[in-house]
Ligand binder design. Sequence first.
Ligand SMILES: Nc1ncnc2c1ncn2[C@@H]1O[C@H](COP(=O)(O)OP(=O)(O)OP(=O)(O)O)[C@@H](O)[C@H]1O
Length: 310
Amino acid sequence: MDYIIETEKITKKYDNFTAVDKVDLKVPEEDIYAILGPNGAGKTTLISMLCTILKPTSGTAKVNGHDVIKEPEKVRASIGIVFQSRALDDMLTGREHLEMHAALYGVPKRIREKRIEEVLELIALGEKADEYVKTYSGGMKRRLEIGRGLIHHPRVLFLDEPTLGLDPQTRESIWKYIKQLNREEKVTVLLTTHYMEEADKLCDKVAIMNRGKIIKADTPAKLKRELKADTIKIKTNKPREFADKIIELAGVKEAYNTGSMIKLMVERGENLIPAIVNFATQQGFQIKSVELEHPTLEDVFIKYTGTRIK
Ligand SMILES: Nc1ncnc2c1ncn2[C@@H]1O[C@H](COP(=O)(O)OP(=O)(O)OP(=O)(O)O)[C@@H](O)[C@H]1O
């Protein structure tokens, strides 16, 4: 099996509205894979079909080798799901949640206790494992939900916006746990997000989704490299004249005067900086500062969709 998730022209229509439009998705085994897109792009609808919660209008999908329409039970047995809506009982402890889920998912009794200990260790609840959930922080609750999704050793874990509404520090700690469990449990993780940074820092591959379609899918590094668009910011004594001149230099695609600095669009920034400095000196300009910026996933998103994720 090359891909643990593979869809072919999978489509979901709500009446006349197409929420997911002929999507071909290929997720390699043991990857952390992001579907990145703004609200309403169709991300939740897409993964709901993969989890067998929603039936596709047309097209097919296989998860762990099983067809989501013909073999939904087999698909369900091999996946874990953590959706956006919080579903923890405040009056149960973390351990009790895991016990309940293990029983629900048919984890054999003889290994249940050991498995619960393993998961508790993985999500690092520490002494809080035996306290009521109502005493947990947002990050702890999220870790418990993720741990619960893992209790039956699924091959694929679906996470819908895993860090939505969490503060930046907690978000980073959740990323750390997701990476760790991906490595230690050898579980493929398919997550949806509208956070650029999450897709960039956490994921091996990213599929950019907008208006029901997957527009581009690759590693974050390749997506950014393909833009061929570094930015060089320069402060000089005569910005307007400099902008008019520097555009003549080979490798400079565009030059803007922002008022306080000149912004140059170039292909390989590192290689071009010495030439820019030489050129400026020869032409009698004084360079006060030079700054190089590589493109972000946000730039990639704008290029392929024409819009910004808010
Ligand atoms: N049951 C439904 N009936 C009609 N339209 C729906 C239904 N569920 C979703 N939609 C519409 O389908 C589109 C895709 O929704 P979906 O929830 O999949 O997007 P999303 O990318 O996951 O965004 P979000 O992160 O906000 O959930 C949206 O325009 C939404 O309004």
